[in-house]
Design a protein around this ligand. Structure first.
Ligand code: MG
Length: 356
């Protein structure tokens, strides 16, 4: 009885002291710094983007989806920003470890996307080993550089190649599923096929194969109409906790109407991932819409939505970041970078953490 009384007194004292401290700060009407000692440390380095030690992946580790966000191993929200490579069968020269190294060190990408062409001319369906090796080169380089990598089944008709997709992603999951770097993208841009009857079933069938070997890495699922109708997932989402939904835009074509659809998805607690976007019109060419690109970047930042820009290519179209014949080993001087490339590089370098 005496012991219980002592415990009660101690508890009351703790409560009283805690309450007193709290009430002092709030009744004073002043906002006290959360940790006053941090002020001194911050004052030593005025740079908004100082080099961080380690790598992006050593810092953040295994990612997962929580609500509308991607969070890291410490449950802190992460927003990845980086570059998508072009169709592997048409821009294979940029599927090199040197390009990944340069995208990490100079462009400060925290993610890259390997866009493996599937059914289109000379893609994976006709040359599986050759195209797969290009993707493995990018994955190995991303692991080496400590950045995240999206493995993209770059198709517009993936429901017609489901068995091939299962075999490919099974191999990736077996080989790399224990690495925190990997993000699976099962279907780049479906056309006008139903989410409810075609796409959801396809995604769940391929996902089930991945989950046999990799229980936890994030999977990104394409949505109807070139990965734009993300609101159609509401009420019928994929039965897996680590799934985000693909949203693509091209800034000179897709504007507030598409952001409104994204907002519907977010309001319904779906996570979105912009695995591809352009500063141009929907063709990947045409007008570079700087104002609308800025509106989009603000929207993505406001909602912690990760992104990859389309694309690492020297094709003569305005969304490509490189001018014709730019090196396949990185080390690109400004004179080799296009108008869109310079815009995107500035976004990456001003917003992403810098790693030594
Ligand atoms: Mg895993």
């Amino acid at each position: 009885m005496l012991k219980k009384t002592n415990i009660l007194i101690v508890c009351m004292l703790i409560f009283f002291v805690g309450f007193s401290c709290d009430s002092t700060s709030s009744s004073s009407g002043e906002t006290l710094p959360e940790n006053p000692t941090e002020t001194d440390t911050d004052a030593e380095d005025p740079s908004p983007n100082p080099p961080a030690s380690g790598t992006m992946v050593s810092l953040h580790g295994q990612l997962r989806v929580e609500g509308t966000n991607i969070v890291d191993k410490n449950n802190e929200v992460v927003q990845l920003r980086g570059m998508s490579l072009f169709w592997s069968q048409w821009m294979g020269q940029y599927y090199t470890s040197e390009v990944v190294s340069w995208l990490k060190s100079d462009w400060q990408c925290t993610v890259v996307r390997a866009a493996m062409g599937v059914e289109d001319f000379d893609g994976y369906i006709t040359n599986p080993d050759r195209e797969k090796q290009k993707v493995f080169t990018i994955i190995d380089a991303a692991i080496e550089q400590g950045i995240y990598v999206i493995v993209d089944w770059h198709s517009h008709h993936a429901e017609d190649y489901e068995e091939e997709a299962k075999a490919f992603f099974t191999e990736v999951a077996q080989k790399y599923g224990n690495q925190p770097n990997i993000i699976y993208e099962l279907y780049n841009e479906p056309l006008d096929v139903s989410w409810n009857t075609v796409l959801k079933r396809y995604h769940e069938a391929v996902l089930a194969e991945i989950r046999k070997y990799d229980p936890d890495n994030i999977v990104v699922c394409g949505t109807r109409n070139w990965s734009q109708e993300v609101d159609e997932v509401v009420g019928n989402k994929i039965n897996d906790t680590n799934v985000a939904y693909t949203m693509h835009y091209y800034a000179a074509t897709h504007k507030q109407e598409l952001r409104a659809k994204a907002q519907v998805a977010l309001d319904n607690n779906l996570a979105l991932f912009v695995t591809e976007y352009g500063t141009t019109d929907y063709s990947g060419d045409g007008f570079i819409d700087v104002n609308e690109s800025n509106t989009w970047w603000e929207f993505l930042d406001d909602n912690n939505i990760s992104w990859c820009n389309w694309s690492v290519a020297d094709k003569e179209e305005n969304s490509a970041i490189l001018k014709p014949n730019a090196s396949s080993s990185g080390q690109w001087p400004d004179s080799d970078i296009t108008t869109s490339g310079l815009l995107v590089r500035e976004q990456l370098r001003s917003k992403n953490p810098k790693f030594e």
